[in-house]
Write a new protein. Structure first.
Length: 300
């Protein structure tokens, strides 16, 4: 209770819910990119979508939220000297570990091998949350590249975000695991806006079929409507860019995958969360700190 009181006081001192005193950005848009299973292209979408927003003039933070296998820096060919682990240990401030990437993209390097976020000591959680209080003065968009699956390192970020962008492929295992992730999120109150992306589709017809089937299943069994953002094609340029450790949006800007990312970005611009949303900086901090009512997340 003492921790909860302290964190709420921190939030209230920063101004009205969802804003920070002196901020002119109107609030940070928080989107988490996730998948039911690994290896479906989640990190590549996070990196390239972040670059796309940055190229459009947005102030973008890309937060590597994979506490077990952080790899945003690998995809971008970066060699961070400090990571989120140094922030959690008290050795560094969040601003001191930030890396400025291409197009002004601000990257928070993740720390591989950390324990579950929910099981971190209260003092360590509070240290991270205090650092996040400065976010809205510095970013228009926060993109969280979460870990795959439905583990304790994944769900806090997704529940705290305004938008949960779920990425899957047409493979049955990916679809099944993505459905399981949506099922867990559907029990959150308030629930993030769930949006679906189909990756590595052989063609648009295949992608549309996969998305439609999954949306129908979610509607039938979870009584939930989700937004289908679109799809990303199979593209050998992406594999070459990954081996080069250069984001495909920069290495091959005219490639099918790069064009697909820009199309998805425009779709996201057209689905801006409503201003009267329950989601705010206060909500984000409370969920990450484990202060929200956990009973609302129980899966029946």
């Amino acid at each position: 209770m003492d921790q909860a009181s302290d964190l709420r006081a921190l939030v209230q001192a920063s101004g009205p819910a969802g804003t920070v005193a002196g901020s002119t950005s109107g609030g940070t848009r928080i989107m988490a990119i996730a998948s039911g299973k690994g290896g479906v292209g989640k990190t590549n979408l996070s990196v390239n979508l972040g670059l796309m927003f940055a190229q459009e003039g947005k102030r973008v933070w890309l937060f590597d939220g994979d506490m077990s296998l952080a790899n945003v820096d690998v995809v971008m060919g970066l060699r961070p000297s400090h990571t989120l682990g140094h922030v959690l240990s008290g050795q560094k401030r969040l601003s001191e570990i930030m890396i400025t990437g291409p197009c002004g993209l601000q990257i928070v390097p993740g720390a591989s091998g950390l324990t579950d976020l929910a099981n971190l000591p209260a003092t360590v959680q509070e240290r991270l949350l205090r650092e996040l209080l400065n976010l809205e003065e510095q970013a228009d968009v926060l993109i969280i590249d979460s870990a795959a699956g439905i583990g304790a390192n994944v769900l806090p970020f997704l529940r705290a975000a305004q938008e949960a962008i779920i990425i899957t492929t047409p493979e049955p295992t990916a679809i099944t695991d993505a459905y399981a992730l949506v099922k867990v999120l559907s029990c959150a109150r308030p629930m993030p806006q769930i949006k679906l992306v189909v990756n590595w589709a052989r063609n648009e017809k295949d992608a549309n079929l996969t998305a439609r089937k999954m949306a129908e299943l979610i509607h039938k069994f979870l009584d939930l409507e989700i937004t289908i953002l679109g799809s990303l094609p199979e593209d050998e340029h992406l594999m070459v860019a990954v081996r080069k450790q250069v984001p495909v949006l920069l290495a091959y800007p005219g490639s099918p995958y790069a064009n697909g990312v820009r199309k998805l970005g425009r779709q996201l611009y057209g689905h801006t969360p409503p201003k009267n949303t329950h989601f705010s900086l206060e909500h984000f901090i409370q969920v990450l700190g484990g202060l929200a009512d956990r009973r609302t997340y129980a899966v029946s």
